[in-house]
Every structure is written in structure tokens, then in C-alpha cells.
Design a protein around this ligand. Sequence first.
Ligand code: CP
Ligand code: NVA
Length: 311
Amino acid sequence: VDSLKGKDLLSLSHYTSKEVQQLVELAIQLKTITKAGKCPKLLEGKTLAMIFEKNSTRTRISFEVGMHQLGGEGMFMNARDLQIGRGESVHDTAHVMSGYVDGIMIRANSHAMVKELAAHASIPVINGLTDLAHPCQALADLETIAEVKKDFKGLKLAYIGDGNNVAHSLVIAAAHVGMDVVVATPQDYEPSGDVMKKAAEIAATNGSTVTFTNNPFEAAKDADVIYTDVWTSMGQEEESTKRLQDFAGFQISEELVAIAKPDYMFLHCLPAHREEEVATAVIDGENSYIFQQAENRLHAQKAVLVSVLAD
Ligand code: CP
Ligand code: NVA
């Protein structure tokens, strides 16, 4: 996607709908040619620093493998081991790293910190999850829906659970491709009002809608895609007992999915807590696409890497 060359990916709000749609198409193409053993080495000689302040399985492995498949190299770094972990400024870190590597992927606690890093780095910065957003996940989610449903138009996507980082990026992404989105959360766990407003604006330009409810059944009714994420995200562990109570009734249960379309897709960014946010029968059932979705992180991120880093 030519217009993205040299750009950051901090959130999908700053991308155009056309760019998001093109990234999804590119991801699908890259998946096909990679599976045929012909992934082009478009990032030969390029290096990507991968900084993690939090745990990761999918993001870490898929970025590292993705760089490798494209002929470049991904370098894992635990933030605790860097000088930033003992107080070196984000400003200085950004300048120093810009002299060594071609791009930075970062998973951080604070979205503001990632914005600061991007502001001072002269190289592209890719968000690998913050408290606010998880854009790479949402691109893989769109890729998965496109593979299964072929066309986004007219689809109803229901996000049911915590109004968190994953929800934010999903809602924006779905708006960019013109899906109708309904978000259902318990009271006090709503997504950011700014994100919902932005998503509604984007959706309007693509002929679709973004709505909110506190009723999971209203959201699930006739849904084509049902999506959930954990009720307790990384860093919120001390709230987990309270959250378990507050989210009662929001589990993606067999009863809930029974009112979705018969060919509905179940998606979850993973890691999952079976029998908390989702019933085992649903996540392991025939409408679940969670492993295809996880695999697609690899291809969606290659689409991003090629777009922002390739010469
Ligand atoms: N979905 C996701 O980002 O997984 P990891 O935390 O394992 O990277
Ligand atoms: N919302 C979860 C997503 C993990 C991939 C978290 O932030 O922990």
C-alpha cells in the first residue's frame, strides 16, 4: 500500500478506509504466495526492533517470523532489559534506535508513550498493543472475516465483553470496511466514547452503522460475527474478582450464539479464558475460527511491514 510508506501504525483511526481495505487485500495475497513457498524477500537487509513491556505469544512470534519470511530480521527485546526499563527517556531511546534499525514494533502499557516514541523516531513505529488499541489484531480479524464471508457489506459484527483495546481497534476496523457494528458491554466497561464517535463517523462514510447496548442478546441477534476478548486484560489482574462478577451474563454461551445467524463466525484475539468470557462448546465449536484468525496475524502484519518498510 504505497501511501503508507514510512508511516507509523499507532491506530487505524489515522488510516483511510481505502488503506485498510488495501492492507486486507495485500494480507490475503501474501498468505497465498507464502503458502506456495514464494513469499517475496521485500525486506531484505531490513531490521525491526520488537520491544515488549508485556507478555506475548502471537504478536512476538508472528512479527519475528513475518520479518524472516520477507528476508529481514525481527529482534526481540524485553523492555525491562533495555535502559528504558531503568529510566532512559523515550525521547533519547527513539533517537538512538532510529540510528540502528529500520522500524520499531512496540507492545506497551501506555498509548501516550508509544505516541511519544513515534514522535521522536525517524522510522516507522508499529503498535503491537497498548491500553488503547491493538490495530494489528484488527487487521488480522478483517482478513479472517474476508476469507470466510468474502464480502463485508451487510454483515453484522457483535463485540460482546469488555470495551478494551481489542474492542477499540475492531470497531474502527469494521467501520472502515462498512460492516454494521454493535458493541455490548456491562455498565462501566464501555469502550471509549471518542473511539465510538470516530468509528461511527467512519462507518457513515462507508454506509454502515456503529451502535452500543448493555444487552448482549440484542447484540448477538442475527449477528454474522460474534467477537469477545478476556474480561481482565494484562495489567488489570487485581480487578479480576470484581470483573468476574460484573461481567456475569456476558459470556458467549451456547444460548447466546443460538440467536446469531446459523453460519455466524466466532472470533477471539486469544489468549482466552474458557468458561469465563466464552463457553468451551462455542470456542471449540464448528463456527469458531480462532486459529485461522491467530495465523492471520502473520500475514496481516507482513502487509503492514511491506507497506511501511519496503523501499
Ligand atoms: N492476540 C494477541 O495479541 O496475542 P499475544 O498477546 O499472544 O501477542
Ligand atoms: N485485551 C487483552 C488482549 C491481549 C492480546 C489485553 O490487553 O491483555
